[in-house]
Design a protein around this ligand. Structure first.
Ligand code: NAD
Ligand code: UGA
Length: 434
């Protein structure tokens, strides 16, 4: 099947290479020419485990092509995925200008063949209707198409696995013909993995995406609420949350307390959903509470540092982890950005290390010292912060770290170390909620 992917970022690139790998003929389009040139040479513009091999393999086999020319690709494709970014506006609303722009470009490129236009970008409920209106407004009279919602649930750092082995595939369609085409797209994957397919109305599919991200963000804020309660009472959040999560109705995933959720999606998507609720006249306090607890998570981390180190001005602090989560170089809304920003404002000298995210961090913060490895970041420091739980940090030589620090104090924002072991090694150790 001939498939077009418009917008070749985390979602578009992953979807494109995976669908090509499953046997489809896929053309990925992006208007960022630098990205397109890199991709044509098989160089991924992002760090995502496993993606480089899949790009190279499918470019070589001819199943995947990369281009910046939307018109010829739309003309020859049966299914066209919109995967562009939907960033937040200042008031939290989704900015849909890239979606509209692509809808218009698709409209101007359509021929008389039937097309399925799939919205994979995360958008507020009822956006597909606007996409349809836009296409009708800018296209020729004889155009035949349907607009489908097929939300994406992949996680960065696990994008390939999540795409090839998803928990479910949601397809929101209002036409039988579009449904058949979408089932054909996913047929090779369904046959391989037995993945459940949920066929819904277009509006339901759109709402499923905002609903799922809000629920996951709520679980994390709940875990942080319990952690904050434990810090004030002496209970242990990991014991409490493990036991709560053993209830099958609750489940133990996404119940890890820490320094708050970041990334390009949870903060943006729950703000957009809150805006939708406001427009609909529905109480959005549930989401406000999730956001407030998420703020408190990193602010409480700062308070712990202030309380222990007293005067921050002139102190040296090492930071391990800059990305918003492990296995990605993405720093969008990373808790490390806020934590380092606040400490810097208080006069702290920061020495930072991250296995993949330092190049991106340098683009927004030049005035900190970037280190070659965790040992260099800890050297001469009066405290060491763990902001991202990279596996590399779990396996560091803690004795060597301790010996190189001025005062061996560790603030572990992701609970990767065992408090008793850290104390045995001579560290003063602060986790989250324990
Ligand atoms: P991204 O910023 O990594 O990629 C978007 C791409 O679209 C960019 O390469 C950009 O150059 C391109 N683009 C923008 N306008 C274009 C146009 N007119 N023509 C061609 N290309 C254009 O974004 P992303 O992280 O892949 O997210 C895309 C969408 O998917 C968002 O709505 C996001 O909320 C959603 N989503 C993201 C994830 C994730 O983990 N990143 C997961 C699920 C859903
Ligand atoms: C999230 C969702 O998990 C995906 O299903 C969804 O497709 C995606 O958003 C999206 O819509 O873009 P992602 O942002 O890549 O994926 O990363 P997550 O693994 O969900 O982590 C998000 C943040 O929550 C990270 O900062 C992570 O450290 C934090 N987190 C996660 C916790 O603090 N505790 C947890 O228990 C889990």
């Amino acid at each position: 099947m001939k498939i077009a992917i418009i917008g070749t970022g985390y979602v578009g690139l992953t979807t494109g290479v995976c669908l090509a790998d499953l046997g489809h003929q896929v053309s990925c389009i992006d208007n960022d020419l630098e990205k397109v040139e890199k991709l044509k040479r098989g160089i991924p513009p992002i760090f995502e485990p496993g993606i480089e091999e899949l790009i190279k393999k499918n470019l070589e086999s001819g199943k995947l092509t990369i281009s910046s020319e939307i018109t010829p690709v739309v003309k020859e494709s049966e299914v066209i995925f919109i995967c562009v970014n939907t960033p937040p506006k200042a008031d939290g609303q989704s900015d849909l200008k890239y979606v509209e722009q692509v809808a218009r470009e698709i409209a101007e490129s359509l021929n008389s063949d039937y097309k399925v236009i799939v919205d994979k970008s995360t958008v507020p409920v009822k956006t597909a209707e606007k996409v349809k209106e836009t296409i009708l407004r800018y296209s020729q009279d004889e155009t035949k198409f349907d607009v489908v919602s097929n939300p994406e649930f992949l996680r960065e750092g696990m994008a390939i696995k999540d795409t090839l082995e998803p928990d479910r595939i949601v397809i929101g369609v209002d036409s039988e013909k579009a449904k058949e085409k979408m089932l054909e797209v996913y047929k090779p994957l369904i046959e391989k993995t037995n993945t459940p397919i949920k066929i819904t109305s277009v509006r339901s599919a759109e709402l499923i995406k905002h609903g799922a991200n809000t629920f996951l963000a709520a679980k994390i804020s709940f875990a942080n609420l319990i952690a904050h309660t434990c810090e004030e009472t002496g209970a242990n959040a990991l014991e409490v949350l493990e036991a709560i999560g053993l209830d099958k109705r609750i489940g133990n995933q996404f119940l890890n307390p820490g320094i708050g959720f970041g990334g390009s999606c949870f903060p943006k998507d729950i703000a957009a959903y809150k805006k939708t609720l406001e427009i609909l006249g529905i109480n959005g306090k549930f989401i406000e509470a999730i956001e407030e607890i998420n703020q408190e998570a990193w602010q409480r981390f700062i308070h712990k540092i202030e309380k222990e180190l007293w005067v921050l001005d002139g102190k040296i602090i090492g930071v391990l982890g800059l990305s918003f989560k492990p296995n990605t170089d993405d720093i969008r809304n990373a808790p490390a950005l806020k934590i380092i920003g606040k400490l810097k404002a208080d006069g702290v000298k920061i020495k930072a290390y991250d296995p993949q995210a330092m190049e991106n961090f340098k683009k927004v913060m030049l005035d900190i010292e970037y280190c070659q490895n965790p040992y260099e970041a800890a050297n001469s420091a009066e405290a060491l912060l763990i902001c991202t739980e990279w596996d590399e940090f779990r396996n560091i030589d803690l004795k060597r770290i301790k010996e190189s620090m001025v005062t061996p104090i560790v603030f572990d924002g992701r609970n990767i170390f065992e408090p008793t072991k850290m104390e045995e090694l001579g560290f003063k150790y602060f986790g989250v909620g324990r």
